[in-house]
Design a protein around this ligand. Sequence first.
Ligand code: PMP
Length: 358
Amino acid sequence: MIDSESGTPYLYERYWLQHPEAEFRLLPSDNIGYLDFPGPVLPRLEAAIIRLHAQVGNAITEGRRIVVGVGSAEVLMASMWVQAGAAMKSSTSNGPVQVYSQPPYYSAYPEVATALGSRDFTWTNMSSNDLSSAQQDVVEFACSPNNPDGALQNQTIAGSRVIHDHAYYWPHYTPIMHPVDYGPQDIAVFTLSKLTGHASSRIGWAVVGDPALADGMQQYVNWHGNIPLESQARAATLLEHVIGSQGGIFSYGRVEMQRRWTLLSDLAAGQQRFTFQSRQAAFDHWSGRTEMATPPYLWIRCNQERDADCAMTLQQAGITPRDGQKFGASAQYARLSLLMRQMDFDKMALKLERLMMG
Ligand code: PMP
């Protein structure tokens, strides 16, 4: 079986094996004391985040606050909490704030919306049209490029408070068309996990315009404990490496992702069993060239008559997918991660090919 269910980014293992200079050592004195620096974040880490956004050109950080959390999972939770609080404050209705994301959405959003067990906000499966006309107070997750289908997403409900999830807005997955630059109501979220691959170091951050929202998020993070210095120092060292190498990891990731997508596109041509998502090319300000998007996931629509349960078809062929229903879509859809090691990807592509030719 090939595990294509989780998005664990083993793709980057080879790059880091080739770059031992990005390893780091802490001195005993670094660890002694309770995170003894001014402010909630290691200053080196905050500085590296700001410099990297400026170098890549994917987010404006001037006049914004950076809030760091234990993975973007925690940052999304903190964002949810402050956005729901702000929506309630300005609300004219008595009901709970509705939490919405346009399907297909990242499968963790319903979990984020329900994990705190709050009666003040609730996950909704209403359509965006119904929500707009009901004049509900809405917190909206907009993931761009989107997990699972790679689409560029923005707010879909006028007046909603938006959490923009930019986990994949980096040059190995998409052309960088412009720096994100939202108004003070919105929050933009990023993560180390899909940028360098260091998902287990658990570092994510938000770019926040409104200081009151940033304070609320920081409070949420503080309640859950400080972020271990090891993780902060590790992340700072990695980001400094990315900056110093002029984005070597992006070039590495992009070349390999392009190879994978070329192979997949060739497989898709001339068969009717599976349809893959379409991809767009755009001018990429990071490289100064027009580039094709190379999303981290393959979003498959199975031919209904032949494979009504798309996930089961893949599973039986030796590939473990994530069922489309987890993303608010139907069983006709399934998601495959493309971020595995090269050898595993090649094995998966072979299994897919057999299935498509069969
Ligand atoms: N957002 C999106 C869209 C993701 O795909 C993921 C990871 N699969 C996350 C957030 C969470 O990442 P982490 O908690 O590792 O930062």
